[in-house]
Ligand binder design. Structure first.
Ligand code: CP
Length: 310
């Protein structure tokens, strides 16, 4: 029997939640997906709950998806972007968030460049905290929507072979996906140039492959990540052209496989670098399903955390 409430009052990372938590989030998201496909997409579940979306880093998908999820649950929503705030005048993270909370905010959805920023906040404030990405550490709702999309497409996650291709070193999506997929019983491989694969990553129980063709032949699902140019303080690859040549996922490469695999990408896409348009926009791709599922997953997370105060 599945759990009826989450084991935690915050979503700080997939590492800190259980398989039962993930299954409850998926069950709740399935119900909310029905809701958002109805002509009237709103439910009153979070009426009188105020949510602050606090973004210290840029975002398109995650910020819009959380805001839509909050509004569809009838929450009151405030948006905060660090670039247009008093952070630029030297205000600390704790002072910023405490000032927002003094306005009677119940939940904080935060993206921050510092790994662990959400853990720090959770020790100092009473509101529910949801990690919308902390540096190169975790991006839990992305991993949840990714695994939910695999389950929707293939019926089950357990036993499936999933390869995460690309810049694993700088990717919070990779780490959260590894934790989430393993908790659900999938086999996980990472593939990329050795400079972009963290040393000792095998200790997490993942396989490592540097040959993209072998990796794609092994997998049922390929989750293709972008090269994070903004996080590359030194040169990890000779050029984007060379990366595309050796690790880019393109139609010609997929045509050499003896099966059809599912293609995913968390976005934003660098078309022509890690993936070509004829793959990203093909019938094998579930990239836009991932985006659609993101709203239902975030509705489920907000709803379940709001009812878990202690
Ligand atoms: N996938 C993802 O986190 O995208 P954004 O940076 O646009 O939110």
């Amino acid at each position: 029997m599945s759990a009826s409430q989450l084991s935690t009052k915050h979503l700080l990372g997939i590492k800190y939640i259980t398989k039962e938590d993930i299954e409850l989030i998926f069950k709740t998201a399935t119900e909310f997906k029905d809701v958002i496909n109805r002509p009237i997409k709103k439910v009153p579940s979070l009426r009188d709950v105020t949510v602050a979306n606090v973004f210290f880093e840029n975002s398109t998908r995650t910020r819009i998806s959380f805001e839509l999820a909050e509004r569809r649950l009838s929450a009151d929503v405030v948006n905060f972007a660090a670039s247009s705030s008093s952070v630029s005048k030297g205000e600390t993270l704790l002072d910023t968030v405490n000032n927002i909370l003094a306005m009677k905010v119940d939940m904080v959805v935060m993206r921050h460049p510092a790994p662990g920023a959400h853990h720090f906040l959770s020790k100092h404030i009473d509101a529910n905290i949801i990690n919308a990405g902390d540096g190169t550490h975790e991006h839990p709702t992305q991993a949840l929507l990714d695994a939910f999309s695999i389950q929707e497409k293939l019926g089950i996650v357990a036993g499936k072979n999933v390869v995460i291709v690309g810049d694993i070193l700088h990717s919070r999506v990779a780490l959260s996906n590894i934790f989430c997929l393993q908790k659900l019983g999938a086999n996980v491989m990472v593939c990329g140039p050795s400079t972009l694969i963290p040393k000792h990553i095998e200790a997490l129980g993942v396989r490592v492959e540097h040959d993209i063709k072998k990796a794609l032949q092994w997998c049922d699902v390929a989750n293709v990540l972008r090269i994070q140019l903004e996080r590359q303080d030194i040169k990890y690859i000779p050029s984007l052209r060379e990366y595309a040549l050796y690790f880019g996922v393109n139609k010609k490469l997929l045509d050499t496989l003896d099966k059809e695999i599912v293609i995913m990408h968390p976005g934003p896409i660098n078309r022509g670098v890690e993936i070509t348009s004829d793959v990203a926009d093909s019938s094998q791709s579930i990239i836009l399903d991932q985006v659609e599922n993101g709203v239902a997953i975030r509705m489920a997370v907000l709803y379940l955390l709001a009812s878990k105060k202690a």
